[in-house]
Write a protein that binds this ligand. Structure first.
Ligand SMILES: [Ca+2]
Ligand SMILES: [Ca+2]
Ligand SMILES: [Ca+2]
Length: 311
């Protein structure tokens, strides 16, 4: 570790002195996109095509104590490497929103239709199939990202924190979000489809587009439900829901409601967690939207997923 820090310091010095064409092989850190804040980032997830479209989340990014991890910048897309060259080539995305579990694997990339009609257990299995350290996103990880995104001025329609509303994304509601139809994707996206993070990176569709399967227990392989609780939809600040803690669902501010664009606790139930809401949830959608009444074997066109990599 000490060696790594020394090397990083050396590299920073090289970078700052603007020396040209210096390459030091064998280092596990490299120059990141110069458009991003911070000159150095850890390596992207290993062996993954499209790894430039994974976002690094530093440890404790928002005070909730998360370990560092990588997350898909986009909702998972389905890729079949038909010509087995380990490169995403034209025509290798699923042509419908659903995909064959045996032939496709999840990738993060702007193109291609987001992968839907996949249940929670299969979504977790698809992420885990990418290799050791890969998993479907956990609720703790969702919250770490959400709490960071919430407080960035650029993510609010008024241009500063709590001015106007937080971008609601593709939700069919156009005051805070936009109407992008049944699963938006592509290189050119609406300004409200992504959140800026404190790292300088951006992450897409955390609010709206597709609801996303969210694992309760990142320490156990596969998908696990959270606590159950039953009752009516509620605004987040007034949620009472089983043993869920405020840090499991609520905003950093603590008092924001869906008028502020953050979403609602849409429906209670057995604790299978879906976050963010989807393209037709309208005012209920939002970065913090929380729904618990699905089954882990449900699969429909409104639910997608995203993977994480835990180094
Ligand atoms: Ca290929
Ligand atoms: Ca989403
Ligand atoms: Ca798990």
């Amino acid at each position: 570790m000490k060696f790594k820090i020394i090397i990083q310091t050396l590299l920073v010095s090289i970078f700052l002195c603007s020396c040209e064409s210096i390459e030091l092989d064998g280092l596990d850190n490299e120059l990141s996109d110069p458009g991003q804040k911070g000159a150095f980032l850890p390596d992207p997830p290993p062996g993954i095509e499209g790894s430039e479209d994974w976002v690094y989340i530093p440890s404790d990014i928002s005070g909730l104590g998360n370990d560092a991890f990588w997350v898909m910048k986009y909702e998972a897309k389905a890729w079949n490497d038909a010509n087995t060259n380990n490169t995403i080539d034209s025509g290798e995305y699923a042509t419908s929103f659903a995909a064959n579990l045996l032939t496709h694997k999840p990738v993060s990339t702007p193109d291609g239709r987001p992968w839907v009609s996949i249940n929670a257990d299969n979504a977790a299995a698809e992420c885990e199939s990418l290799g050791a350290g890969f998993s479907v996103i956990s609720n703790q990880e969702w919250m770490a990202i959400a709490r960071d995104a919430e407080v960035q001025d650029e993510n609010w329609t008024g241009g500063t924190y709590k001015s106007g509303c937080l971008f609601r994304g593709n939700s069919g509601e156009t005051t805070c979000g936009y109407n992008g139809g049944t699963g938006d994707y592509g290189v050119t996206r609406h300004a409200r489809s992504s959140f800026k993070l404190s790292t300088g990176d951006s992450i897409f569709d955390m609010s709206g587009n597709l609801e996303e399967w969210t694992d309760w227990d990142p320490l156990t392989a596969g998908f696990q439900s959270g606590p159950s609780c039953f009752g009516s939809p509620q605004q987040l600040p007034s949620v009472t829901c089983g043993s869920y803690a405020d840090s499991d669902y609520n905003t950093a501010d603590g008092l924001l409601t869906t008028t502020d664009g953050v979403g609602t606790l849409l429906t209670k139930g057995f604790g299978v967690i879906l976050r963010g809401g989807h393209y037709s949830n309208s005012v209920n959608a939002g970065l913090y939207m929380f729904r618990l009444n699905a089954s882990n074997v449900d699969a429909n066109g409104q639910i997608g997923f995203r993977c994480v990599y835990r180094p």
